[in-house]
Design a binder for this molecule. Structure first.
Ligand SMILES: C[S@@+](CC[C@H](N)C(=O)[O-])C[C@H]1O[C@@H](n2cnc3c(N)ncnc32)[C@H](O)[C@@H]1O
Length: 282
């Protein structure tokens, strides 16, 4: 399947997640929520997502996304980046928040159509925020699977002392070949900068099997949102996932344990997900 074809299907999910970030009350998220996201969110709810909310033990789509987003936020916070780059950034409020509240140089990388949507949303910010966002948040239109992507990313990391690259809700949509290509480009670009961090959410077949029914509901949900006929293509287990990252050039990788982060983010005590948030570094 070509990247362009995949992107066509992944794109709408960025509107959906942006609306979820807004519903969760994340800082600045209301400025990035779109009408398309609202239509998807409520359409999906009406189609049956609400049933997950009344079945005990079944994570809701919103809870599943909150888990991933808040755990990534907690790690990024602890790493204290002076450059934050988000791949497949969509309409995430994270980079905007870091740019506005921490004055950290932040970069959103996504395909041209999504970058245009984000640019339009940033232009609708209240004037004082707009000027500060324009100064600290850079939007880059690029395909993370393109052969020259390593150079594109290395350019955005130039001069950073503690670069952090985030890929949220992106890698799991790619097949294995594409995923490995993405990992290798990120590891090489970080190495060229003298080291740095990569934070990514990924799935393993064994974790999905453990939550069984819950995963089925979520996978159906994701399939519906992305019009994807095939299931996601997870790694077999955590060792296989770590091996893929090491083979791609990372020094090491670890899966974040949500309980280690509850003191920092109390909401994590209530959230569950079959997805793993993984920290890899060079
Ligand atoms: C599920 S959305 C996630 C958006 C955001 N990270 C979030 O969590 O709200 C996936 C994003 O990846 C982008 N994307 C898909 N394929 C891409 C590619 N080959 N290169 C760059 N971005 C891509 C889509 O345009 C979309 O914005």
């Amino acid at each position: 399947m070509s990247a362009a074809h995949d992107a066509e299907r992944i794109g709408p999910t960025a509107h959906y997640t942006a609306y979820v970030w807004h519903r969760l009350g994340l800082p600045y998220a209301r400025h990035l929520a779109t009408r398309q996201g609202a239509v998807l969110y409520w359409g999906f709810f009406a189609l049956g997502e609400w049933t997950t909310r009344v079945v005990p033990g079944v994570p809701t789509m919103r809870g599943y996304l909150a888990y991933r987003h808040l755990l990534i936020d907690a790690l990024v916070e602890s790493l204290g980046p002076d450059r934050l780059v988000e791949l497949g950034a969509g309409l995430t409020p994270r980079t905007l928040q870091w740019a506005l509240d921490r004055d950290v140089a932040a970069v959103d990388i996504d395909l041209p159509a999504m970058i245009a949507v984000k640019r339009a949303a940033l232009l609708r910010l209240p004037a004082p925020l707009r000027a500060r966002a324009a100064a600290a948040l850079t939007l880059v239109a690029a395909d993370v699977l393109a052969p020259q992507f390593e150079d594109t990313l290395a350019e955005q990391l130039a001069d950073a002392r503690t670069p952090v690259v985030v890929a949220e809700g992106l890698a799991s949509y790619f097949d294995r070949t594409a995923r490995v290509r993405l990992f290798a480009a990120v590891a090489a670009a970080l190495r060229r900068r003298g080291g740095g961090h990569f934070v990514v959410d990924l799935h393993t077949a064994d974790a999905q099997a453990q939550v069984g029914g819950a995963t089925r509901v979520l996978r159906q949900a994701i399939r519906m949102l992305t019009r994807r006929r095939h299931a996601l293509d997870p790694f077999a287990d955590l060792p296989a996932l770590r091996t893929a990252l090491l083979d791609a050039g990372f020094t090491d990788a670890r899966r974040l344990q949500p309980q280690d982060w509850v003191a920092r983010v109390p909401a994590l005590a209530r959230l569950h997900s079959p997805a793993h948030v993984v920290h890899a570094w060079v």
